[in-house]
Design a protein around this ligand. Structure first.
Ligand code: FAD
Ligand code: DLZ
Ligand code: SF4
Length: 507
C-alpha cells in the first residue's frame, strides 16, 4: 500500500514518526513551501530563509537515501499557496492509498489536519510527535493530578524519567537546581568568545534571492545569514557551544552586554524546534560531560533544566490550554505596539540593543526577551495579541507552541498566573545590574522621576497601581504593594504624571 508522507517545515528529523516505517520503493515524501506559512505573521526574513533552506537540504538528504521526495517550491507557478491545496494536488499526482503525518506544532495546523481527516479522498494517519521527552498524554495526566502547575516539579519528573544528572533516585550533586550559583553579571570590559556562524551554500543563496525578491522585508536584515541549515552543521553549532559556551552558561545565563548578542548561550533553539537536533541527544551529551567532570554541574543542570524542564513544560501547557490560551488578557492590556519594535529606534538603550540584535540576527537570548522586551511590554500594558504576533514573527526559533506560553504566560501574565506565579515585572535597577546597557542610555536608572528618569522606574510603580485590583492579593506581590501603599501622595502623583507623559509619547 503506497503512503504519501507529508512533512512540515519544522519536522526535519530523519527519525520523525511519519517517516519511521517508510518504504522507499513505494512511498513518496511530500514537502511544500507555501505562501500561507510564509506570511501568516510577517516573519523575519532570516526565519523564512532558515526554514526553506533547511527544508530543501533535508529533501536532498532523503533523496540521497533513494527516497522519492515531491518538493513544491514557493515560486512553482502551480503552487496553490496552502497546505490543503498542495496536499490535494499531490494526492491527485501520486494516488496514494493513505497519507501519513506527524502532529504539528501549532493549533491552527492541527485544525487543518482534523479537517483533512473528513475531506481527503484517502485516509489520513496522524502520528504522535515523539521527538519530545514527555508525550502530550503524559503531560495532561501530570497536570490533571495537580491543583497548581509549577515547572520545577515537572522538571524533577523529567529528570527521573530520562536519568539525566541522576544517581539512582537522587539528583547528582545533592540538589535539583543550582540557580543560586548562576545569574552573575559579566565582569567589566569582558570579551565573550566569537561564536560559530555558517556560510551559505548554493541552496541557501537561491532561497536568499527568492526571499529578497518575494518578501521585500520591511524589517530585519537578510544578511549576514549565519544559521546552520543542515543537521551536520547544527551538530557543529552544538560543538561550538560545548567548547566555548557551556562552562560559563550557568554563571552568565542572565547577563546582557551591548554588542554581544550571543554570549554563552547555546543558539540551538532554532535547530531543536525544526528537528535538526533532538532534545534527548543534546541533553545526553551534556549529561555525559558533566559525569566526566568536564563541565561544571551548575552549568549542566541549568542547561538541561531549560530543555527537559522549560521546553517540555511550555509545550505541554500550550496543548493543554489551547485554543483559549491565545486569547488571554488577564490584565486587560490594550496599548498598541510602538513602531520602534519594528525599527529599533528608541532612546531606551536596552530596548534599542535587544530589538537591534533581534532585527540583525532573528535571535535574542532569554533575558533580553523576558526582562527587557517582555518586561517593557508588560509594564507599558501592550496588547498581548500584538506582542505575541511580534514574538512569533521575529525569532528564527518561534513556533506558537513555544512562543505563546513564553510570551502570554511568562512575560505578560496574560494567562492570569497559569505559567508564572507572579508577573516578571522589574524596574531599571535589574537591567542596570545585569547589563552595561544603562551606560549608553539617554536615561538614568538612578533617577526615579522626571524627563531623565529611566522609564522602567516609574512604569513599574504605575503598572502596580494600574493592576492593584488584580495583583495586590497575590501572596508573592506582598512586598511591592506594601511599598506602593507606603508612598506619599506627591510621589504617587509624580509617577502618574511621568508614566502618562511617557505612555502618551508611544502613540
Ligand atoms: P539557551 O539559553 O542556550 O537555552 C538552551 C535551550 O533551552 C534553548 O535552546 C531552548 O530550547 C530551551 N529553553 C530555554 N528557555 C526556554 C523556555 N522558556 N521555553 C522553552 N525552551 C526554553 N524559545 C523558543 O524556542 N521559541 C520562541 O519562540 C521563544 N519565545 C520566547 C519569548 C519570550 C518572551 C521568552 C521570555 C522566551 C522565549 N523563548 C522561546 C525561550 C528562550 O528565550 C529561547 O528558547 C532561547 O532564548 C533560545 O536561545 P538559545 O538556544 O541560545 O537558548
Ligand atoms: C514557519 C514556516 C514557514 C515560514 N514556511 C513553511 C513552508 O513553506 N512550508 C512548511 O511546511 N512549513 C513552513 N513553516 C513551518 C510551519 O509554519 C510549521 O510547520 C507549522 O507552523 C506547524 O508547526
Ligand atoms: Fe534601559 Fe532604563 Fe537602563 Fe536606559 S536607563 S538602558 S531605559 S534600563
Amino acid at each position: 500500500m503506497s503512503v504519501l508522507r507529508f512533512i512540515l517545515g519544522d519536522q526535519l528529523t530523519r527519525g520523525l514518526s511519519a517517516l519511521r516505517d517508510l518504504d522507499a520503493q513505494r512511498d513518496v515524501v511530500l514537502m511544500v513551501e507555501v505562501s500561507d506559512e510564509t506570511t501568516y505573521v510577517p516573519h523575519h526574513p532570516q526565519k523564512i530563509i532558515f526554514i526553506l533552506s533547511a527544508m530543501r537540504h533535508f529533501a536532498e538528504v532523503l533523496r540521497k537515501e533513494g527516497i522519492t521526495v515531491d518538493y513544491v517550491k514557493l515560486d512553482d507557478p502551480k503552487n496553490t499557496g496552502s497546505f490543503s491545496g498542495e496536499l490535494l494536488r499531490a494526492i491527485k499526482r501520486h494516488k496514494p492509498q493513505s497519507v501519513a503525518m506527524t502532529e504539528p506544532g501549532e493549533w491552527r495546523v492541527l485544525q487543518m489536519m482534523q479537517d483533512w481527516r473528513e475531506t481527503l479522498p484517502v485516509p489520513l494517519t496522524i502520528h504522535d510527535d515523539d521527538r519530545f521527552i514527555a508525550s502530550l498524554d503524559e503531560f495532561k495526566q501530570w497536570a490533571e493530578a495537580r491543583k497548581q502547575l509549577r515547572m520545577e516539579y515537572f522538571y524533577r519528573d523529567m529528570r527521573k524519567k530520562t536519568g539525566f544528572l541522576m544517581e539512582g533516585d537522587d539528583p547528582i550533586g545533592g540538589a535539583w537546581n543550582f540557580d543560586a550559583e548562576n545569574r552573575k553579571a559579566l565582569p567589566k570590559n569582558h570579551h565573550p568568545p566569537k561564536r560559530k556562524r555558517f556560510s551559505t551554500d548554493a541552496i541557501t543563496q537561491d532561497v536568499i534571492a527568492l526571499v529578497k525578491k518575494r518578501f521585500k522585508p520591511h524589517y530585519g536584515t537578510v544578511e549576514p545569514f549565519g544559521w546552520a541549515v543542515t543537521r551536520a552543521d547544527a551538530l557543529k553549532a552544538l560543538d561550538d557551544f560545548i567548547v566555548q559556551g557551556m562552562a560559563s552558561f550557568g554563571d552568565y545565563q542572565d547577563a546582557m552586554q551591548a554588542g554581544s548578542p550571543f554570549l554563552y548561550h547555546s543558539l540551538i533553539s532554532p535547530y531543536l524546534n525544526i528537528g535538526l537536533l533532538t532534545a534527548h541527544e543534546v541533553c545526553a551529551r551534556v549529561d555525559q560531560l558533566a559525569r566526566q567532570d568536564k563541565i561544571p554541574l551548575n552549568a549542566a543542570e541549568g542547561f538541561i533544566r531549560q530543555i527537559i524542564g522549560w521546553r517540555e513544560y511550555v509545550r505541554g501547557l500550550y496543548w493543554l490550554k489551547m485554543p483559549d490560551y491565545a486569547h488571554g488578557n488577564a490584565l486587560g492590556a490594550i496599548r498598541p505596539l510602538p513602531d520602534f519594535f519594528w525599527t529599533g529606534k528608541t532612546e531606551m538603550n536596552c530596548l534599542r540593543q535587544c530589538i537591534g540584535d533581534t532585527l540583525q540576527n532573528a535571535y535574542a537570548h532569554h533575558i533580553q526577551r523576558l526582562m527587557v522586551i517582555g518586561n517593557f511590554s508588560l509594564l507599558a500594558g501592550l496588547n498581548p495579541k500584538a506582542v505575541q504576533d511580534w514574538f512569533l514573527a521575529v525569532y528564527a526559533d518561534a513556533f506558537e507552541w513555544v512562543e505563546l506560553p513564553n510570551v502570554a504566560g511568562m512575560a505578560l501574565f496574560a494567562d492570569g498566573g497559569v505559567m508564572a506565579s507572579k508577573p516578571y515585572a522589574a524596574s531599571g535597577a535589574y537591567i542596570d545590574r545585569m547589563s552595561d546597557y544603562c551606560q549608553g542610555c539617554s536615561y538614568s536608572p538612578k533617577e526615579r522621576s522626571g524627563e531623565m528618569a529611566c522609564p522602567f522606574n516609574y512604569l513599574y510603580w504605575d503598572f502596580l497601581a494600574r493592576n492593584a485590583e488584580r495583583l495586590s492579593r497575590n501572596p508573592r506581590m506582598g512586598m511591592p504593594y506594601k511599598n506602593l501603599r507606603a508612598m506619599d501622595e506627591t510621589k504617587r502623583k509624580t509617577i502618574d504624571r511621568d508614566a502618562k507623559r511617557f505612555l502618551d509619547s508611544l502613540a
